[in-house]
Ligand binder design. Structure first.
Ligand SMILES: [Zn+2]
Length: 468
């Protein structure tokens, strides 16, 4: 079937124009002005709306175990919510399982299979860089898992040593894969947490006190040094503060292949949320933590000027009420499951707080939510912009559509939203995934299992140059 999205403001990372996008089957057939529709073609009137390439969320944790519990959202609810929010591709973190990377990959394929509403890929988190795990990296890359992740925090669980980091970075470099880091000094955090608890400081707000910006800045700098020694490209996930941004900018100014992202919550929420009365601050516990407001302006600026190349969600939802969620940390903040929901609300929040306020142009928004991630994570042959031949993943965004964010009506399965009661203007009206309408007029029209696994290409630093 052919679908003509007619008369919208078509947005790519390089600019905008008023025109039409025609999809035929799963891909974009033509982009132009005054394209003709056949009598059998579906026509979507986009007048007054913006037409964006489907968003890519390269940082999600669906159906993820954490400290004896599991996220509230699995691959069904998580990808349904993503589609409703204009995200048509995600890359989720598979965890090394029973010491094996490939077993982890198998487990994550099983979680997603039959449930995903949208297309997806995997990164692999390496928590034990054993010889066996290093040896498995080649197979993972051959199967289209072309990025790895290292945690410098979560001591005793996911954290790896500097030596392990070097081993993974060197192997990833040789395979043409990208190494990502969660940059916080886990030893220091562990020490500060022990001190706080010994002093009787157990409330949620001490989660942030024990992981200050300097802890993130130091780890970011160390990760860049290690990657430099390994001559490997590096992607720093969820950058939250000036201290980390400065290190990334310094490296980029030296011409090093260092990249980074931030997440919507760090642009829109502050550390003050953790001091809410009672235990409610636990809803806002994630790592690295939310920061004081003065860190937000530099993060927005970095998205604008190319200092950071992505803005993802770090979707990692744990229920507030009941067992197995945030309540695990009553009386001990270090036991609060880390993470927040956000897969559904990224686009409206970025539009309202970024585009409407002039902090980002529509093109800059597309650059950091679609085109940038597509390039960095080996998806650009099919995703990330609006052009003939690419997958027809499109978002028709109505800039005047007003939405009140509330847990009562969200698609996510988690029992709260960090943005309860927020009113945002500018939200998806229609979302297409590979030419199929998956969301329209406030309703998800997709079905579980239609999403496909994406084998991703190598990182761009490993691709051959085009001969003159
Ligand atoms: Zn994460």
């Amino acid at each position: 079937m052919r679908t003509l999205v007619r008369g919208g403001t078509v947005v790519t990372a390089v600019g905008t124009f008023t025109g039409d996008v025609l999809s035929d089957g799963e891909t974009i057939a033509a982009v132009g002005v005054s394209l003709d529709a056949g009598s059998d073609d579906q026509v979507i009137d986009a007048a007054g709306c913006f037409v964006l390439p489907g968003l890519i969320d390269n940082h999600t944790h669906l159906d993820m175990p954490f400290g004896g519990t599991v996220t509230a959202d699995d691959w069904e609810s998580g990808t349904r919510a993503a589609a409703a929010g204009g995200t048509t591709t995600l890359v989720d973190f598979a965890l090394q399982t029973d010491g094996s990377l490939l077993r982890g990959l198998e487990a994550w394929h099983a979680k997603a299979e039959g449930k995903a509403h949208i297309d997806y890929g995997f990164h692999l988190a390496v928590s034990d860089a054993s010889d066996a795990a290093i040896a498995e990296m080649e197979t993972a890359v051959a199967e289209g898992v072309t990025s790895f992740k290292l945690f410098m925090a979560y001591k005793g669980a996911l954290m790896v040593s500097d030596e392990e980091m070097l081993r993974v970075m060197e192997r990833a470099r040789d395979l043409g894969a990208l190494t990502q880091v969660h940059a916080e000094n886990g030893d220091a955090v562990d020490h500060f947490v022990r001190e706080a608890l010994a002093a009787g400081d157990s409330d949620p707000r001490f989660h942030a006190v024990t992981r200050p910006p300097a802890v993130e800045g130091e780890a970011t700098r160390r990760a860049i040094e290690l990657a430099t020694w390994a001559r490997a490209p590096l992607f720093v996930v969820h950058v939250t503060c000036r201290e980390a941004l400065e290190q990334i900018q310094l490296a980029r100014d030296l011409g090093l292949p260092v990249y980074g992202e931030t997440c919507v919550q760090y642009l829109t929420l502050t550390v003050d949320e953790l001091a809410r009365p009672g235990f409610e601050g636990a809803k806002y516990v994630c790592s690295p933590p939310l920061r004081p407001v003065e860190h937000q302006a530099p993060l927005w600026a970095a998205l604008r000027n190319g200092g950071l190349q992505g803005c993802s969600t770090d979707q990692c939802s744990f229920n507030y009420e009941g067992e197995g969620g945030k309540q695990l940390g009553v009386g001990d903040f270090s036991k609060i499951p880390n993470g927040m929901p956000g897969i559904e609300t990224r686009l409206p929040l970025l539009w309202h707080h970024g585009v409407r306020t002039g902090k980002l142009t529509p093109s800059e928004l597309v650059a950091v939510t679609s085109t940038g991630p597509a390039r960095l994570f080996g998806l650009a042959e099919r995703k990330g912009t609006i052009a003939p031949g690419l997958d027809a993943d499109l978002v028709v965004l109505d800039p005047e559509r007003e939405v009140t964010i509330t847990a009562a009506t969200q698609e996510m399965a988690v029992d709260y939203t960090p943005y309860e009661g927020w009113v945002v203007r500018g939200a998806p009206r229609t979302v297409l995934s590979r030419g199929e309408v998956v969301y329209a007029e406030g309703e998800v029209r997709s079905r579980p299992g239609r999403g496909r696994f994406l084998a991703r290409a190598l990182h761009e630093s490993a691709r051959p140059a085009v001969a003159a």
